[in-house]
Design a protein around this ligand. Structure first.
Ligand code: G3P
Length: 218
């Protein structure tokens, strides 16, 4: 499963790059707003430091304006994947961009029927929002599983399932178990994946025992 980092914070991205875990980046209007930076400046910086797909979301709601915004965002870099909302205009834009060989991430997906439409419209990625479904007492992971089953029934669909709205490490493990292609993860949750109390306790004991030997690895 690929790991995308769900942030527009350059420092958070830079910190995680050396681990070799980051396969791409997703941004959205809320994340750009949280970064406090200009959208073009921040996307340009991200494209310069990450060698992988970088999702840049349109903010228009009409088909025509989405296409206009897509043109402006696409020229930032070859890495850019245009992110459109799962609306009628968004899917129309998805089909049109696919015809121009521009990759599209269809976002704000909350149902299997929506995911089916996105695949038919040639989306490169479908982004089901697991956490937001869990928040309203629906089963976000079941949606990932349903989309996986549907896409696996039809080899002509090339859409990758990008599990989004990740709230905790278990979301990532479960997404991997049900076969999501990608997980987009906030930096704070990537850091949590490293931790296990038994690792810390075990390491402390190893080091205490080693100290007693008075040896050094030379
Ligand atoms: O990238 C979009 C998605 O991951 C948003 O997550 O936490 O705002 O529901 P959240």
């Amino acid at each position: 499963m690929k790991f995308f980092i769900d942030t527009a914070d350059i420092e958070d991205i830079k910190e995680l790059i050396p681990y070799g875990l980051i396969d791409g980046v997703t941004t959205n209007p809320s994340l750009i707003a949280a970064s406090g930076r200009d959208i073009f400046e921040v996307l340009d910086k991200i494209c310069n430091i990450v060698d992988g797909p970088i999702s840049a979301e349109v903010t228009a709601t009409s088909y025509e304006e989405m296409i206009e915004e897509s043109k402006k965002l696409s020229v930032i870099s070859n890495n850019i994947v245009i992110k459109v909302p799962l609306t009628k205009d968004g899917l129309k834009a998805c089909s049109s961009l696919r015809d121009k060989d521009i990759k599209v991430n269809v976002t704000l997906c909350f149902s299997a029927s929506q995911a089916l439409l996105a695949a038919k419209c040639g989306a490169s990625y479908i982004s089901p929002f697991i956490g937001r479904l869990d928040d309203i007492s629906h089963d976000g992971m079941q949606l990932i599983q349903d989309i996986r089953s549907i896409y696996d029934n039809y080899t002509e669909y090339e859409t990758e399932i990008l599990a989004a709205s990740i709230r905790h490490p278990n979301h990532i493990v479960e997404a991997a178990l049900v076969g999501a292609d990608v997980c987009t993860i906030p930096p704070s949750i990537i850091h949590k994946l490293f931790d296990h109390p038994l690792t810390s306790i075990g390491l402390k004991k190893f080091l205490e025992d080693w100290k007693k030997t008075n040896q050094k690895i030379k």
